[in-house]
Design a protein around this ligand. Structure first.
Ligand SMILES: O=c1ccn([C@@H]2O[C@H](COP(=O)(O)OP(=O)(O)O[C@H]3O[C@H](CO)[C@@H](O)[C@H](O)[C@H]3O)[C@@H](O)[C@H]2O)c(=O)[nH]1
Length: 470
């Protein structure tokens, strides 16, 4: 096969100041640097120090520190979303917008071919002044954009969107299964609220999407092809997919305390549960959750943050719980090596919140998948896995969003017992997907195609540069 020749690009990355955004931008940077492209990565100083270890190509990826300016109400020293409670992130967005001069100065000096961004809606303005191409890179599923952040939503300035309106997908939305249920609509109501000074979240993102040269999404056609096409039509822009861009898994060594405990059980019998880095449950819901695991009668390992109002997991556990499950159940209040746990042979079921990372890790595992989503994109990811692909089951909630121990236990049992129709169906479908994803070329093909698209996008810029030189 004749390989198409690609030239080396200089790409500037300018992600929103949140770990969940900086990390995937950096993972993509690593993939691009692996192919010889040069990356200038703009980020606040503290995040640079924290994430330096993730830079796998320091010869090609250069971090450039930014200074987050003071904004009234923003705690001094706050630089990323992890430094502030969620209701103050609007002030961080206001600080981001004040950085236009600083970013402009840097971009003039760096002179990149293309800038990747996600929240700084003013990047296209700089592009026309300085002369670079722009790619709006979305790090959550295509469904989150398609259902909430398209022009067809028609959310004009200062209009607050109702839950009823959010439940209705926008005109032309291509899926009848990846939708929100009544109690879930409020998880997206933030889009019409202010995010930064005098601009709503909806306005910010739709501006970004309208003014960029190309849209890019961290997904694949096999999962969300029709949703990507819908976004492309809505914005009349090309949509370049990067695939999931996950780091090479490499074999993580599981800590002895977990390996020894898991080794005590038969293959495929342990239920593992984790809800990512953000979810903090209400105490009552937390207690109901752990009682649900007790009710299954199976061994279980749960790794969660303490619920709201508690400083430790132990103080929040239901009365007598620890004695009743001793020897077969652990609720751990700290971080645990999720990918390594998932590949332990004793683990047979993964109960998770369907955050983007966990969604892919569950798809790549051999475990049965049970989902309890909490936030907007997690709900849509869940619909994708449970309703479209039919590789997982979702725990039923009532109209107030509450899930009972019985519903949790029922969902786990229905995928774990032998000869369960649902269990067999999700297992078979899941098997096909994990095989598909595990192919060696799965991620590399995406990146190669993605780079070809970028090359075409910046070709005219390069030509005019050449003309100037000649
Ligand atoms: O005890 C734990 C818990 C999690 N993880 C890892 O942490 C990552 C968690 O990522 P993800 O599943 O995406 O969850 P969140 O951290 O909650 O993700 C945030 O960011 C995602 C986009 O990147 C969104 O999809 C989610 O809604 C948002 O909560 C995964 O790689 C897990 O393997 C561990 O290693 N140990």
């Amino acid at each position: 096969m004749v390989q198409e020749k690609t030239s080396h690009l200089h790409i500037a990355m300018f992600p929103w100041f949140a770990t969940g955004h900086i990390t995937p931008f950096l993972q993509l940077s690593n993939k691009l640097a692996e192919k010889g492209h040069q990356i200038s990565f703009l980020l606040p100083n503290k995040a640079r120090i924290q994430l330096n270890y993730m830079n796998l190509h320091p010869n090609l990826i250069t971090f450039h520190s930014l200074t987050v300016p003071p904004v009234e109400g923003l705690p001094p020293g706050a630089e990323t979303a992890s430094d502030v409670p969620i209701y103050l992130t609007t002030l961080l967005a206001a600080a981001l917008d004040l950085m236009i001069g600083q970013v402009k100065e840097l971009l003039v000096k760096l002179n990149p071919d293309v800038v990747f961004y996600d929240m700084a809606h003013w990047i296209p303005e700089l592009a026309s002044e300085i002369g670079f191409k722009t790619v709006h890179y979305n790090v959550v599923c295509a469904a989150s954009i398609a259902i909430a952040l398209v022009p067809s939503r028609k959310i004009s300035k200062n209009r607050v969107i109702s839950d009823e309106e959010l439940m209705e997908p926008p005109t032309g939305y291509p899926s009848s299964t990846i939708v929100l249920r009544k109690h879930e609509a409020k998880s997206l109501s933030f889009i019409s609220l202010e995010f930064g000074k005098g601009i709503s979240f909806y306005e910010r993102i739709t501006n970004c999407l309208m003014k960029c040269d190309a849209i890019s999404i961290r997904t694949c056609r096999e999962l969300e092809g029709s949703l990507c096409d819908y976004i492309s039509r809505e914005y009349e822009k090309p949509v370049f997919l990067t695939g999931p861009v996950l780091p090479e898994s490499g074999k993580q060594h599981l800590e002895d305390q977990w390996a020894n405990w898991l080794n005590k059980f038969e293959p495929g019998t342990v239920v593992f549960c984790a809800f990512g880095s953000q979810v903090v449950l209400e105490k009552k819901q937390f207690q109901e959750l752990v009682l649900g695991f007790e009710l299954t009668g199976r061994p279980f390992l749960v790794a969660l943050k303490p619920p709201s109002g508690a400083t430790t997991i132990e103080e929040a556990l239901p009365e007598g719980f620890e004695d009743r499950v001793r020897g077969r159940g652990i609720v751990h209040g700290g971080w645990i090596q999720q990918p390594a746990i998932l590949s332990h042979p004793s683990v047979g079921c993964f109960v998770n919140h369907c955050g983007f990372g966990s969604m892919w890790e569950s798809l790549m595992s051999n475990c049965q998948i049970v989902l309890i989503p909490h936030l907007g994109d997690q709900i849509l990811n869940t619909r994708l896995l449970a309703e479209e692909l039919k590789v997982a089951v979702e725990v039923e909630r009532d109209e107030n969003g509450w899930f009972s121990k019985e519903n949790l236990s029922r969902a786990i049992r229905c995928v774990m017992v032998e000869d369960s129709k649902v269990g067999d169906l999700v297992k078979e479908n899941h098997g096909k997907w994990s095989e598909f994803i595990a192919r060696e070329c799965f991620m590399s093909e995406f990146i190669e195609k993605f780079i070809q698209n970028l090359d075409t996008l910046v070709a005219d810029k390069k030509e005019s540069k050449m003309r100037n030189v000649l």
